[in-house]
Design a protein around this ligand. Structure first.
Ligand code: URA
Length: 220
């Protein structure tokens, strides 16, 4: 008898034994269960860390994938890591990040309950604006993050993130505060916190946008 036949016979006897005891169903083994959001995001993070699709990996300290909860109902998408984020491996931890945290809290939410990520996972040297080829190379990671987390609402921060998800011709001043559709998920663009630090007068517009995001969350 071959090894395969022996295994098959043992398995059949095991099932017959269970059946004789009145067992009609067995729980699925851990190995056959679908991976959790956390597992899928961890795999994705591993892939990002090994990524060589554009030259930015050569100058980064850390790849910056995400912060927050895999079960978040609200996802924020920024542009790219800056110096602090590159050093710590976490998005939005510098001055703009502190403002983003305040914006989240002003919405009555906790930073750890939302999901925060960027279009680019590696810092562009001297924080220059991402090149179109870098965005194209990195975008599949963002799309995968959205597909895994499946947030109820996406809030994009600034022109780079708005263009990446809505198309290269959109202007943030035109689309901010308007609800767009991203594969069935409502998406609201607003100003980037770094822009708000330079232009505090625009904070009142961002607040109107965030209230719209909150209403969408409450309605869904
Ligand atoms: N600006 C961004 O767009 N993302 C960060 O993570 C930090 C600053």
């Amino acid at each position: 008898m071959s090894e395969k036949q022996r295994l098959f016979r043992a398995f059949k006897q095991h099932l017959e034994g269970l059946s004789a005891l009145g067992v009609t169903a067995v729980p699925r083994g851990a190995e056959s269960e679908a991976p959790s959001k956390l597992q899928r995001l961890a795999e994705l993070a591993h892939e990002v860390e090994r990524c060589r699709r554009c030259p930015l990996y050569r100058t980064r300290t850390h790849a910056v994938v995400s912060d927050g909860s895999p079960d978040a109902r609200l996802m924020f998408v920024g542009e790219a890591p800056g110096r602090d984020e590159d050093l710590q491996g976490k998005p939005f931890v510098g001055a703009a990040g502190q403002l983003l945290t305040k914006m989240i809290q002003a919405m009555g939410l906790r930073r750890e309950d939302v999901y925060i990520c960027n279009v680019l996972k590696d810092r562009p040297p001297a924080n220059r604006t991402p090149e179109p080829e870098e965005i194209e190379a990195c975008l599949p990671f963002l799309r995968a993050q959205i597909a895994i987390v499946q947030p109820s609402v996406i809030c994009v921060l600034g022109a780079v993130a708005a263009k990446a998800l809505l198309g290269p011709h959109v202007a943030i001043t035109k689309v901010r505060g308007h609800v767009a559709d991203y594969g069935g998920i409502p998406l609201v663009p607003t100003y980037h916190p770094a822009y708000l630090l330079r232009n505090p007068d625009a904070k009142r517009f961002a607040w109107v946008d965030l209230k719209k995001v909150k209403k969408l969350l409450n309605d869904r």
